[in-house]
Design a protein around this ligand. Sequence first.
Ligand code: AMP
Length: 206
Amino acid sequence: MGKGTQAARLSKVFNIPHVATGDMLRGAIQSYTPLGQRAKQFIDKGQLVPDDLVLDLLGERLQQPDTERGFLLDGFPRTVPQAEVLGRMLIGYGKKLDRVLVLDAPEEELVRRISGRRTCESCQTTYHVDSKPPKVAGVCDRCGGVLIQRSDDSEQIIRNRLREFLAKTKPVLDYFMSEKWPVRKIDANGNMDQIFGRIYAAVLLS
Ligand code: AMP
């Protein structure tokens, strides 16, 4: 939904690892791990992956030494139990959250953005059929690889993902508020640079 692109940019600016549970799950699927095989059934339907699988992956990732100086979580937590476990993990690591960034965009805009998204099979560069088209349709500008649509980016699956968001992820926002986590809501209308400007300001200034 653009969050991955923004998170990658932000983690570069702050020189901290970008820890994206969606990327980690897709990596597990590509490597045919047992966890990846279980996760795939849910992702392909537009459902959230069960908490225990995601938490296993994340727990392992956060033990790697590159996260000691800080990290940026992308797409996590997506359920209240995930948020509760994260809270406990952070206490265990002696870390606190500096910011929780919530990107807010209208549903139809999300469907448009996600359904137009294409990714290079070889180098993973992302494109968008309207806002960032490749020079030659279906071909990566950078490496000449084939551009594909993610299996969970079709319109029907996107609508399922939005339903899951309303049922399971929206309550996480109330949880953040009740626990007084440092939430900043970002208006995610506009182009990538405008949105990044708002994110950067929310991180640095507020
Ligand atoms: P993303 O790349 O963040 O859009 O995630 C793609 C898909 O991976 C989601 O639609 C979920 O099926 C799954 N996923 C990613 N992160 C989580 C998470 N924190 N909890 C459950 N499922 C997740």
